[in-house]
Design a protein around this ligand. Structure first.
Ligand code: B1M
Length: 214
């Protein structure tokens, strides 16, 4: 499998090429995790650097995001285990003012793959919507994603909304996204920060196992 060709196709937003290379890689039995991490996630880092350096602009960034999502869509079914009793219920969304959804979608995908029942409530989600959905579906875990330094504070607002409605302790609140850190998680009193989608899914599964055992 040609990782460089896949990386270039993602960076240039070539949806058709991304689909062809991913399908070919699957035929060659390349591990799905490698396709995802080295072929699809890594080039988005380069796209971000090029954007910061003013070498590309929002339209190119959007095209790259679309191409990456097309690749993820092909491998997504391979991450889910069907016919398994859900180990827990998760509500996930990107906070208010933030339109980035690729990372959040990956977390949802990995969590489904770990056997969790995931309700994805989308992007630019108002604070109260997280509470409303968590209460409606009887969630165990709530996941909040933010990609901008300007939208990070909305994570704290969502947690305050859970507190305001007197239901904060019912939920394990996990947070993540490129600018988010453990110290920020401590500051806003989140229950957990994980740097990536696999760590988030792993933590959620472990949390549910401990919850069931106690
Ligand atoms: Co935006 N953008 N963007 N963007 N964008 C960033 C985030 C930026 C770092 C680029 C840069 O300058 N280098 C920068 C933010 C700077 C800052 O805040 N300090 C930025 C900017 C400035 C903007 C705009 C303001 C640009 C503009 O309009 N002038 C604008 C804002 C729009 C808005 O949200 N209101 C904007 C718009 C966009 C697009 C729409 C064009 C597009 C998003 C398309 C989409 O998501 N559908 C876009 C993209 C693609 C990016 C970059 C290039 C890539 C993001 C991405 O998808 N990464 C990004 C640069 C970068 O991150 N290097 C950038 C791949 C993804 C797999 O990683 O999302 O980090 P990530 O998710 C990881 C982890 O963070 C973690 O797991 C994931 C997988 O392992 N994780 C969680 C994420 N959420 C989690 C939740 C959890 C746990 C883990 O819960 C438990």
């Amino acid at each position: 499998m040609d990782f460089e060709a896949l990386s270039t196709a993602v960076q240039k937003g070539k949806v058709k090429d991304v689909k062809n290379i991913v399908n070919q890689a699957l035929e060659e039995n390349v591990p799905v995790k490698e396709i995802l991490e080295d072929g699809l996630i890594a080039p988005m880092g380069i796209v971000g650097e090029n954007f910061s350096a003013n070498k590309i602009f929002v339209p190119e960034m959007l095209m790259a995001a679309r191409a990456m999502s097309a690749g993820v869509k092909i491998i997504e079914p391979l991450f889910s285990e069907s016919g398994i009793e859900p180990v827990g219920t998760v509500v996930i969304g990107t906070v208010k003012g933030d339109l980035h959804d690729i990372g959040k979608n990956l977390v949802a995908m990995m969590m489904r793959g770990a056997g969790l029942d995931v309700y994805d409530i989308g992007i630019d989600v108002p604070d109260e919507k997280f509470v409303e959905k968590a209460e409606e579906v009887g969630a165990d875990i709530v996941c909040l994603s933010a990609l901008l330094t300007t939208t990070m504070p909305a994570i704290g607002d969502v947690i305050k909304e859970f507190e305001r409605q007197g239901v904060r302790d019912k939920y394990h609140i996990m947070i993540g996204g490129a600018p988010v850190s453990q110290s920020f998680a401590d500051e806003v009193r989140a229950d957990c920060y994980t740097p990536d989608a696999s760590a988030a899914a792993e933590h959620a599964k472990e949390f549910m196992n401990n919850k069931k055992a106690s």
